[in-house]
Structure formats: C-alpha cells, structure tokens
Write a new protein. Structure first.
Length: 202
C-alpha cells in the first residue's frame, strides 16, 4: 500500500511534469513537443510519463485544465471585491484575465495559444473547459445595457480575442494590465456611444 511519502513524491513529480509540459507547449507548440522532450525536461525515462498520463493528449488536458483553473480563480477573486456596476465588473474581469496572461504564466498561455483542433483526441474536452471559463464573460456581457442592434456574442469574442493577443505586442513599462483593461473597456463604451463617465473608478 502506497505510503504518504510515496504519494507526496508522486504528486511532486506530477507537478514537475505539468510545469515542463506547459513550458514546452508554449515554446514549441503541442505538435512540436514530444513525450521524449517532456521526459528529458524532468529527468525521467519516456516510459515513466505513462505512470502519470496515458498520452500526450491527456497531459495537454491536465495542463489546460490547470490553466483554466488559475485564470478562473483570478477572475472570480477579483469580481468578489467588485461593485455592481456592469461596466466596472467587466473591466475588473479583463484586468484579472490580462494579469494572468501578461504575468508570464505558461499555463495561461497554453489556454490561449493551443487551439483545441491542435489535439483532435482532446478537442471536445478542451472546448468544454474553455467554454466553462467563458461563461463568466457571457454573464458579464448579458448584464450590460447595449444598443439593441449590438451582437453581444461578437462583442464578447472580439474583446477576448484582443486580450488573448495582447502578449504578442505588450511591453512591460509602457502599460499595465489595469491600464489596458481600462482602454479596452473605454473603447467598447465609446463604440456604444456611452461617452459619459467612461473612465471607471480605479
């Protein structure tokens, strides 16, 4: 029967595998990363990885799920301390989302950079995990007072796409996650003709 020490070592090794996989998936992409690469990065034999994960797709799912949990936790925590103004809440969620991406988290980058279609064997699970996270933004957009002709789904996807692309051009020191979130939301409000009190508190 496994002892507590054995379980602890196993869990620690699993975390090391996840950390290495997340980094390599970001650096080389899913298809460009082999199980041998991950094993080498963790000083393991390739076959030893299968003690923790049955396939590279299962490993991607675990990394993706960890990334979604981290981003979700950051956004949920930020919203708990936020008021009830719908635009302020959306800006707060955007700031938390951007903080995770621009803070250098490999897990967060896997979520936004690895497309579900990159791993057909895991596609349905990855789509489900991504959709579960985005339900937060669906609710935030549903709470906004928008022009009747506005397609909320397109507006939401446009905002999420803009945020997810930010790491490509972001330069630390020139702006901050908080500053970018405010600019993104002010742009949306301006497009809606909501020019009064566009600059939110904070």
């Amino acid at each position: 029967m496994p002892t507590l020490a054995t379980k602890t070592r196993s869990n620690n090794r699993r975390e090391l595998v996840l950390d290495a996989a997340a980094r390599l998936f970001v650096e080389k992409g899913f298809s460009g990363t082999s199980t041998r690469d991950i094993a080498k990065a963790t000083d393991m034999l390739p076959g030893s990885l299968y003690y923790h994960f049955q396939s590279k797709e299962d490993l991607l799912i675990a990394v993706f799920e960890e990334g979604v949990q981290r981003i979700s936790g950051c956004v949920d925590a930020a919203l708990k301390g936020c008021g009830q103004d719908p635009w302020e809440r959306l800006q707060t969620a955007c700031e938390a989302h951007l903080s995770m991406l621009l803070g250098g988290s490999n897990y967060a980058h896997v979520v936004v950079r690895i497309l579900p279609s990159d791993a057909p064997g895991a596609e349905q699970t990855l789509v489900r995990l991504r959709n579960e996270y985005e339900t937060r933004f669906i609710a935030l957009f549903d709470a906004l007072t928008l022009d009747a002709t506005t397609d909320r789904s397109i507006l939401r996807l446009m905002l999420i796409g803009a945020m997810n692309h930010a790491p490509v051009w972001y330069r630390q020191g020139r702006d901050t996650p908080k500053g970018l979130a405010q600019k993104f939301i002010n742009t949306l409000r301006c497009a809606q003709g909501d020019k009064q009190n566009m600059t939110l508190k904070g």
